[in-house]
Design a binder for this molecule. Structure first.
Ligand SMILES: Cc1cc2nc3c(=O)[nH]c(=O)nc-3n(C[C@H](O)[C@H](O)[C@H](O)COP(=O)(O)O)c2cc1C
Length: 370
């Protein structure tokens, strides 16, 4: 039997922090920097596949790069085997700079699910426990778990998973193996078709106690945030699409106000992104192209923002589709256009003209109205 040396674990205070959710494609380093500028406190890299990391795929390593401004930064791992997950964590532990590891037990994508990873981990509880224990033996940094309410709608089992994971304790120091749960209040089957179930999130937060649990789902205003935080037992809230559509939501929450941000302030935000992108991906042709494509992916969410100064009533809901409207100036109108060609025009104001052959189709269906 191999005896591992007990290691001292770094602890993170996860209480009531503003947490930007991991976001495939769009949650890249330049976007996370923008969110940090607006007051976000915890950031997490996009889901990285353990098999790709172990194969040394450079693009996968880009997902775990942190910017110095990211003060609490996590790496999210997606895998299904004890050996690959453990070897990946060993490699990260020895070579990379991050503050915590997030295990993805929430991803609904069929390709991932069929391999037993993502939310399928919650169906393979024996292997799931082995993965968490094994990682915990190696890691000097906290381990967090991202979960969904369940696989099928009407068959919620997150409360059972949370109770089970709470029972996993370290053989070295008797501490819990999992340091934080984050729970997206929808099942795999639901995707984004219904609102997140915050009553159930509350039930799971109670089952998790004393391990902190963050709720995830549909937070789009400071009112939503404080209502969820104060009316349930969660230790915090994680924000995904709300931050994609209006990253200044973090400032609104901190300052407890609605910010009627102007189009030129929003354009300055795009300018910052373009600068961060060129710094991150390079300012040669390939870097400009990457910055433009990722900016376009982000704009495919951003255009959904409706300026609060135009609304009849507040707060605006994430899934409400507004009627067609004109902005208070041309830039505001351009920024709310649903035409890809207008999004490209916006990038041209920042990154120069595209070639006549340039084409773009957004990757995420979640950017469309439900
Ligand atoms: C574009 C996009 C990419 C996402 N990528 C990930 C991911 O890589 N890992 C993950 O755990 N969740 C991912 N999610 C799910 C979010 O983290 C979050 O759980 C979900 O969107 C619910 O929060 P919301 O209602 O605030 O959007 C993604 C969501 C979106 C919209």
């Amino acid at each position: 039997m191999i005896r591992l040396k007990p290691r001292e674990k770094v602890r993170i205070d996860f209480n009531r922090r503003l947490y930007l959710a991991p976001l495939t494609t769009v949650g890249n380093l330049p976007f996370r920097r923008v969110c940090k500028d607006f007051g976000c406190e915890i950031t997490c890299g996009k889901m990285a596949l353990t098999t790709s990391l172990l194969q040394g795929q450079i693009s996968e390593f880009a997902l775990i790069r942190r910017h110095p401004s990211e003060t609490i930064f996590g790496v999210q791992l997606c895998g299904s085997f004890v050996d690959t997950m453990t070897r990946t964590v060993q490699m990260l532990e020895e070579n990379f700079d991050y503050d915590f590891i997030d295990i993805n037990a929430a991803c609904p994508i069929d390709l991932v699910y069929k391999k037993g990873a993502g939310c399928a981990l919650t169906r393979r509880t024996v292997d799931f426990e082995r993965i968490c224990r094994s990682i915990s033996c190696l890691s000097t940094r906290p381990i967090t778990l991202k979960l969904r309410t369940g696989i099928m709608t009407g068959e919620n089992n997150a409360h059972e998973i949370v109770s089970l994971a709470k029972s996993w304790k370290s053989e070295h120091d008797g501490n819990h193996i999992i340091d934080l749960f984050t729970l997206h209040g929808r099942s795999k089957e639901m995707r984004y078709s219904k609102n997140a179930d915050w009553n159930y999130i509350d039930e799971c937060a109670k089952a998790a106690d004393p391990i902190p649990l963050y709720g995830v789902g549909d937070i789009y205003s400071f009112e939503d945030y404080y209502q969820r935080l104060n009316d349930t037992s969660v230790s915090g809230c994680m924000i995904a699409r709300g931050a994609l559509i209006k990253p200044w939501l973090f400032t609104e929450i901190k300052e407890q106000r609605t910010w009627d941000i102007s189009a030129s302030e929003r354009f300055d935000m795009l300018k910052s992104y373009a600068n961060y992108g060129l710094e991150h991906w390079g300012s040669d042709n390939a870097g400009v192209d990457k910055t433009r494509r990722f900016l376009l992916e982000w704009i495919s969410f951003l255009y959904r923002y409706v300026p609060v100064g135009l609304l009849e009533r507040l707060p605006h809901r994430l899934n409400e589709r507004p009627p067609y409207f004109f902005g208070r100036n041309d830039l505001e109108t351009l920024m709310s256009s649903k035409l890809c060609s207008d999004w490209v025009k916006l990038t041209e104001l920042l990154l120069g003209k595209v070639s006549p052959e340039f084409q773009f189709l957004p990757k995420h269906k979640a950017s469309a109205y439900g």
